[in-house]
Design a protein around this ligand. Structure first.
Ligand SMILES: CC(C)(COP(=O)(O)OP(=O)(O)OC[C@H]1O[C@@H](n2cnc3c(N)ncnc32)[C@H](O)[C@@H]1OP(=O)(O)O)[C@@H](O)C(=O)NCCC(=O)NCCS
Length: 145
């Protein structure tokens, strides 16, 4: 296992990973990701990935905003789930962010797997945005000090 920053050359592998998630689970509860966002996100956001046997197993996109890194995407390839990989990758970000910065993210109210992951890592519920998603669902806001 290795953790590495991702750049434009990794885009095809990142795209393939998201496509595998959508193909395996259809519109998984609480996971929406318009593929055409990836190019724009990569141009402006930071990306860090976790590799297993040279294959991209998961990645996180985030932005550096005042006082925080704001996470916009957290995803693990379906073949690599429940091996602790995303836990390891987010722990890496928690260590890397330093003490003067938080991690922020939002999650769909029905995305139980992601909520359990963030709570295990010490994220706290910090707010709610009703009707945030296209399906009318609430976004839960989490932060990690
Ligand atoms: C949520 C997601 C990123 C978890 O990735 P993962 O690499 O499988 O997570 P890990 O193996 O590191 O899990 C760590 C902990 O998270 C929780 N967790 C992860 N998946 C879970 C699930 N399906 N059900 C319940 N808890 C889960 C557990 O507490 C787990 O610890 P445990 O295995 O010791 O019980 C993955 O399911 C995913 O990519 N989902 C689709 C995309 C998504 O919904 N992203 C979040 C919103 S952008």
């Amino acid at each position: 296992m290795r953790i590495e920053s991702l750049y434009t050359p990794h885009k095809p592998e990142m795209r393939a990973l998201i496509e595998a998630v959508l193909a395996n689970q259809g519109l998984q509860a609480g996971f929406y990701w318009p593929m055409d966002l990836l190019g724009a996100e990569l141009a402006t956001a930071e990306a860090v990935g976790i590799f297993e046997d040279e294959k991209l197993a998961g990645f996180v996109l985030y932005r550096d905003v005042p006082g925080a890194w704001e996470i916009s995407l957290v995803v693990t390839h379906p073949d690599f789930r429940r091996r602790g990989l995303m836990e390891t990758l987010i722990k890496h970000l928690i260590a890397a962010k330093g003490q003067n910065r938080e991690l922020w993210l939002e999650v769909h109210q029905d995305n139980d797997a992601a909520q359990k992951l963030y709570e295990k890592l010490g994220f706290k519920l910090s707010g709610r945005r009703p009707r945030y998603y296209k399906d009318g669902a609430t976004a839960l806001l989490y932060s990690c000090p």
